[in-house]
Write a protein that binds this ligand. Structure first.
Ligand code: CTP
Length: 397
């Protein structure tokens, strides 16, 4: 679990979005966090403390006079303070250091990382004083998630909606993840490529992009500067990652070469089409009883960058029908890689479109490590750990 044994303090202030704090608390608890809640008086006009007590299994704190030291002790034992939703009033008070309720007192006593999810009408959000106070808070190291743009509770449209709950939870996970990849520029490729036959048809493969997106997310959480070069997928790119969308293998090649000079590591998880039609029909082809398609071989992108590897770390994937270590090892040599991730695409719980994977890692020294069934995000973590090891072995350049 991503937040195992982490003590998180969740501050809830008075906005319609207070009802979403229940979902935030539940999701944090699902990830293993021990969540304590402090609510302002206004927040209690929207939802009852009892609801948050039921979800977290902890008493909810509301009254500054209920315990003489809770405003010191709870912040002292918390590793992250999330304020979601944070109203304009609460943001302004935090910035000014006004401590007229328990939440604001805890804020003053708290010394760890803080994450604020603002929620208010767009006119309030764009008011000069709120903007100034958000700027001040950012300067003092507070992280913000959102607000999002869209329809607001009052019926107007604009920027001021609290960020979506999964985005708040992701920001919390990221805030608590050590930044051991800071300073690394990681280029990740993901998804399939599609090769047009005519204006309506194309050749492609079953790659969902999940493995590459998981690597991009894990690297971003750990502080890397991430460029994600993605073929067509239905996935949403992680926040803060530079996304380059491509369709054809030739476009992926151009994008990879374009971003290569900056990359300290390339992780090539894309399922690049090996072939494309020799010519693309300009109009839709009419059906016939038998049809043949002339294909030409596409550039092997990884092999091409392997020949100009320099000092960067190169990691490839080997999609094999069966755990074919020998063939994966040959790909590693042929493409001049530091490591290849072998996955058996014939299994339902591994490879294409699954949320899990079973991999064997093979490196250029010939070390072979087999792993059991794992979530793709866990596989991503192991790949990045290896990348750091190779980097350190090469003198941490
Ligand atoms: N790859 C690439 N360019 C291609 C084909 C593959 O960069 N035109 C990369 C993939 O992203 C992957 C690695 O090479 O990281 C191995 O891909 P895979 O499909 O397993 O092997 P191929 O080299 O294409 O060989 P084969 O299809 O014959 O197994």
């Amino acid at each position: 679990m991503l937040l195992d044994k982490r003590n998180i303090l969740l501050g809830v202030s008075g906005s319609i979005a207070a009802c979403k704090s229940v979902d935030i608390a539940r999701r944090l608890a699902d990830e293993g966090a021990d969540v304590s809640v402090v609510m302002t008086g206004a927040a209690q006009r929207f939802i009852t403390p009892y609801l948050l007590e039921a979800v977290t299994g902890n008493p909810v704190h509301t009254d500054i006079f209920s315990d003489p030291f809770v405003h010191i002790n709870l912040p002292k034992s918390s590793q992250l303070f999330i304020i979601a939703p944070a109203t304009a009033n609460t943001i302004n008070k935090l910035s000014a250091g006004i401590a007229d309720n328990l939440l604001c007192n805890m804020w003053l006593a708290y010394e760890g990382p803080v994450l604020i999810a603002p929620a208010m009408n767009y006119r309030m959000y764009r008011s000069g004083i709120v903007k100034k106070n958000i700027r001040e808070l950012r300067k003092s190291g507070v992280q913000f998630v959102g607000p999002a743009t869209g329809s607001l509770a009052c019926g107007e449209e604009g920027t001021g909606r609290m960020a979506d709950v999964p985005d708040i939870v992701e920001a919390a996970v990221s805030a608590l993840t050590p930044k051991d990849l800071a300073g690394h520029h990681i280029m990740v490729t993901a998804g399939p490529t599609i090769e047009p036959i005519d204006p309506v048809r194309f050749i492609s493969n079953r790659s969902s992009g999940k493995m590459g997106y998981a690597v991009a997310l894990a690297a971003k959480r750990r502080g890397a500067d991430v460029t994600l070069i993605s073929g067509p997928t239905s996935l949403r790119a992680p926040e803060g990652v530079t996304l380059v969308r491509v369709e054809k293998a030739s476009e992926m090649e151009a994008a990879v070469l374009d971003h290569l000079p900056k990359a300290t590591c390339v992780i090539m998880a894309a399922a690049v089409s090996d072939f494309s039609p020799s010519s693309i029909a300009r109009v839709k082809l009419r059906k016939r009883d038998v049809m043949s398609l002339n294909l030409k071989k596409n550039t092997d992108i990884l092999k091409k960058i392997g020949s100009r590897k320099g000092r960067r770390i190169l990691i490839g994937f080997a999609a094999e029908s069966g755990m074919d270590v020998r063939s994966a090892g040959e790909k590693l040599k042929e493409k001049n890689l530091d490591m290849i991730v072998l996955n058996d695409i014939s299994r339902k719980d591994a490879g294409f479109d699954a949320d899990t994977n079973i991999v064997t890692l093979i490196d250029r020294k010939g070390d072979i490590t087999e792993y059991p069934l794992m979530k793709k995000i866990e596989v991503a973590g192991i790949i990045l750990d290896r990348m750091l090891q190779y980097h350190a072995a090469a003198g941490g350049r």
